[in-house]
Write a new protein. Structure first.
Length: 263
């Protein structure tokens, strides 16, 4: 099986798809300020994101980063198994364990899991302790807001990780490994974060839900109905895009193609 992969000096990033499925509302409700012209431009860039009924067809990407001389890192943990917290709306069971196996990565070999935020389609396989040897990196603002975001996650994810000593809570910008850091990008959730990898002049931003749909690459000012603070999310998205150098790559969660080069 072939994977979308970026080979960088000293590191390899592999896109892993945990599943594909329809959004649970008409897509026009998800981005209420989007015009017909913006939808047309987005559909031209990502035609496979349009389902047979004209709705939004999501991919659920996670990213494995393998350093030649350093840790193996997973960014986001997908939708999870059949009984995962995302089961009420996402296409469970996810396929991440099989994707990892085919990519030559055992869950026990993952040293660090970066959770971009605490929505259920990004933490599914972290619930239940699949990555038994990994420290799990989360922004404090999401850890503090977990009962507001999803009360059940406090009991099934946060507390077990704390008890096992495998939860690393960070405040804002933090170094995770050589050339890898997280940036606090609040708005989608209070503690949403982006993973930023810099390797010999190459820059990759793993964006979580800072960018949910290709339409937000067409117009970054567009807000999403379930952003906890749409203005903050808009500002964080624009700040990131403005800060990235030309030629940088965005690694996104839900568009069909995982990697997008900034011109």
């Amino acid at each position: 099986m072939s994977f979308a992969t970026l080979e960088l000096p000293g590191a390899t990033i592999t896109a892993l798809c945990d599943g594909v499925g329809p959004y649970f509302r008409p897509r026009e409700e998800a981005f209420p300020d989007a015009s017909a012209e913006l939808w047309a431009a987005a559909d031209e860039r990502d035609p496979d994101a349009v389902g047979p009924d004209g709705g939004w067809r999501l991919h659920f990407h996670c990213y494995a980063i393998r350093f030649e001389a350093g840790p193996t890192v997973l960014v986001d943990a997908g939708i999870g198994p059949a009984d995962a917290p995302a089961k009420t709306w996402a296409p469970v069971p996810g396929q991440l364990p099989e994707q990892l196996r085919l990519a030559g990565i055992a869950p026990a070999d993952i040293d660090i899991v970066i959770l971009t935020h605490l929505h259920t389609d990004h933490v599914g396989w972290a619930v239940g302790g699949l990555f038994e040897n990994a420290r799990h990196v989360l922004q404090r603002a999401d850890a503090d807001a977990v009962t507001e975001l999803n009360r059940d996650l406090a009991a099934v994810l946060i507390e077990p990780l704390r008890t096992a000593g495998r939860l690393q809570v960070v405040d804002g910008r933090a170094r995770i490994a050589s050339g890898l850091e997280v940036l606090h990008t609040p708005g989608h959730t209070p503690g949403h974060q982006v993973a930023l990898l810099n390797a010999a002049g190459e820059t990759i931003a793993i964006t979580g839900d800072l960018i949910l749909h290709t339409i937000q690459l067409v117009d970054p000012a567009l807000g999403y109905i379930f952003d906890s603070d749409p203005d903050a999310a808009r500002a964080a998205r624009q700040k990131l895009l403005d800060a990235l150098p030309a030629g940088a790559t965005l690694a996104t969660s839900h568009p069909t193609q995982p990697f997008h080069e900034i011109s």
